[in-house]
Design a protein around this ligand. Sequence first.
Ligand code: NAD
Length: 256
Amino acid sequence: MLTGKTALVTGSTSGIGLGIAKALARQGANIVLNGFGDSSGPQAEVAALGVKVGYHGADMSKPDEIEAMMAYAAETFGQVDILVNNAGIQHVAKVQDFPVERWDAVIAINLSSAFHTSRLALPAMLKANWGRIINVASVHGLVGSAEKSAYVAAKHGIVGLTKVTALETATSGVTCNAICPGWVLTPLVQKQVDAKAAAMKLSNEEATKLLLGEKEPSMQFTTPEELGELAVFFCSPAAGNVRGVAWNMDGGWAAQ
Ligand code: NAD
């Protein structure tokens, strides 16, 4: 379905981003990966699906590096047809204790980076009259949780950015939607399980159960593969008039 298209997925060396990149590659899209850490393993995983793969290590907190990444994608693949804004970090502390530098980093990586990639990708998408912008928000774009002020603010912000981008492109073949996962067992969440296990002297299994039980009625993690299939749906012809939604895949978290 996506043969001949190019998808750029930020923060795709791990977790949800890599899951979405592989789901889009299975549909034939060429992929530009981004993120920190080992990139050769993820590049090989995507290339094994029979598509072209590129990588740019831009730091999503730095607008000039984002500009360089978008220029690299355009030069190497022609243009970005599908933009998945996924890179994100977490920091947990009460508002009065929240380190100012962490607040700035969470807002820059989880929110402002999506503004920069979108502003740079939109002109070519609008010219081609086809494009998909998929913002990986979170159930925390819909509801709050204590000690996650920067994350919840950024995720509510990216849901707002999604709506405005969708309105500004509403009469074109470009759509913009958000995905709002509940708990997904990636390194970002394993850190929170580890912190709970250490603070409460619990096993990994007990801490995981407690984490799920606090918020997610299904008591099951959503998987990167499931989120990848939702991204594929947003890219499908059937989703051509799905615009500005914040679609949660959260085991019932936000239904409470
Ligand atoms: P992860 O830690 O597994 O992956 C994060 C990715 O972002 C990695 O590839 C990392 O290298 C990259 N990254 C981090 N900082 C970066 C920076 N400054 N510049 C470029 N890349 C950077 O996390 P994940 O759980 O897969 O999270 C992906 C997205 O999904 C995030 O936006 C997160 O908020 C969101 N999300 C995660 C969950 C969850 O339960 N895991 C739930 C809801 C939403």
